[in-house]
Design a protein around this ligand. Structure first.
Ligand code: HEM
Length: 404
């Protein structure tokens, strides 16, 4: 039941987010708010939020090396080291990180436990999850890079290259080809298909739906909303205009670019002729940007700061000294016994030294060494005794007692 609430909650939240600019721009004409103020506020939240989180993470102490070690570490020359899964130096770490960030290597090796006939436990390779994750992330990246054409003048050559690669099929949407529908750009549809897979995977697997939260569904629905409004603007708008002369969505790309250029050049402007659908697209993007630093999407930044990935395993090669090793005040067993000796003897607890021996020793020490031992020195010596005393001390003193 909880999962239905999680899905409904996220769905309603995204629906409300679509309605806000629809009413705000469509009915109330608040174009400055939705075209300038909210995008700037969102960008500010995005950058400040990321900086704050990164500072927070970098303040966490990493007192020793905790890399995930998935293979043989560097040891004797005749034992082969697994340089990627147990790197001992920066090169190995860079290789490991690059494969993780660019190809999601650990996800590639991910397996799912399942019950099979018998009943038996089996492990299923999650290859579809890996493929969908790659499709989602690369689809997203390509769409963002292509969008640079709205934010740059002249448009860099690599944006044109990416666009022609992405549209290599050189066709309109198959059944609509010839209806003035712009050439199909694959990445937007790949992105939408990957999002659908990631959502259905949560929905159809009993184990995953059980652990899924609104924080998992919300970003999926939000990005689906962004992609769908983008696709509506690019294809449906042109199709409707051509076929029915019906300017239902009314998005002039040139005007949209003027708005985008105004934002990046800090000379914001609101050109005429941009339909509400564009403001919905922009508003959802703004919400995604503002939500990003406080969500699980921060894994995009966090992966680089993850000590289980970005540290080499050189604990046996290099001596790591704790940099904040301040002198710790310890209470040794010896001091403890000095404090409570009489009471211990009274109740019959074993002691290392009987009161008279301790008093004699104290006198001798005072005569030999008039000055006090510095606190620093004291710290190390008795600590050893303290460790030994709880087990050895008792036996020792019993022996002494017997002798006495
Ligand atoms: C998270 C960021 C964004 C994503 C994921 C996204 C996604 C998309 C997608 C999938 C399309 C469909 C066409 C295509 O595949 O290119 C699209 C179209 C469009 N997007 Fe975005 N978008 C984002 C941000 C923006 C921003 C910030 C703006 C402008 C300020 C913008 C303006 C447009 C416009 C004008 C179109 C229509 C393009 C056309 O008619 O050729 N988008 N968007």
């Amino acid at each position: 039941m909880n999962f239905i609430i999680g899905i409904l909650f996220s769905l309603i939240a995204v629906t409300i987010l679509v309605l806000i600019p629809w009413v705000g721009v469509g009915a109330l004409d608040l174009r400055v708010l939705f075209g300038i103020i909210i995008p700037y506020a969102a960008l500010l939240t995005f950058f400040l939020g990321i900086i704050t989180r990164v500072i927070g993470w970098s303040r966490s102490p990493v007192p020793f090396r905790i890399p995930t070690t998935g293979g043989q570490q560097k040891s004797l020359p005749w034992i082969r080291q697994n340089k990627l899964d147990n790197p001992s130096g920066p090169l190995g770490v860079i290789g490991r990180m690059a494969l993780e960030v660019l190809l999601f290597r650990s996800l590639f090796r991910h397996t799912r436990m399942e019950f099979r006939e018998g009943p038996k436990i089996g492990y299923e390779w999650e290859k579809w999850l890996w493929i969908a994750a790659l499709a989602f992330h690369y689809g997203f990246l390509v769409v963002i890079l292509r969008h640079l054409r709205f934010f740059t003048e002249p448009i860099p050559a690599f944006v044109h290259w990416i666009e022609s690669l992405d549209g290599f099929l050189e066709m309109g949407i198959a059944p609509l080809a010839g209806f003035a529908v712009p050439g199909l750009l694959l990445s937007g549809f790949v992105l939408l298909a990957a999002l659908a897979f990631l959502f259905l995977r949560r929905l159809l697997s009993p184990q995953i739906i059980y652990i899924s939260l609104p924080a998992d569904y919300f970003p999926l629905f939000l990005i689906m909303g962004i992609v769908t409004t983008g696709i509506l603007m690019r294809y449906v708008d042109a199709f409707m205009q051509y076929l029915f002369k019906w300017d239902v969505l009314s998005v002039e790309v040139v005007q949209a670019k003027a708005l985008a250029m105004g934002l990046v050049s800090f000379h914001p402007t609101i050109p005429e002729g941009i339909g509400t659908i564009f403001y919905i697209h922009l508003f959802l993007v703004s919400i995604l940007a503002a939500y990003f630093p406080f969500s699980k999407l921060m894994h995009m930044v966090g992966i680089f700061l993850s000590p289980t990935r970005n540290l080499s395993n050189n604990s046996r090669i290099v001596r790591h000294i704790n940099p904040w090793d301040y002198p710790v005040k310890v209470h040794t067993y010896e001091e403890y016994e000095d404090e409570f000796r009489e009471k211990m003897v009274e109740v019959g607890s074993p002691v290392e030294k009987m009161p008279e021996t301790a008093a004699g020793e104290a006198q001798d020490t005072a005569a030999e060494k008039p000055q006090d031992t510095p606190a620093e020195e004291k710290r190390d010596v008795p600590a050893t005794k303290a460790q030994a005393s709880p087990s050895e001390g008792g036996a020792d003193s019993t022996e002494k007692k017997e002798k006495e």
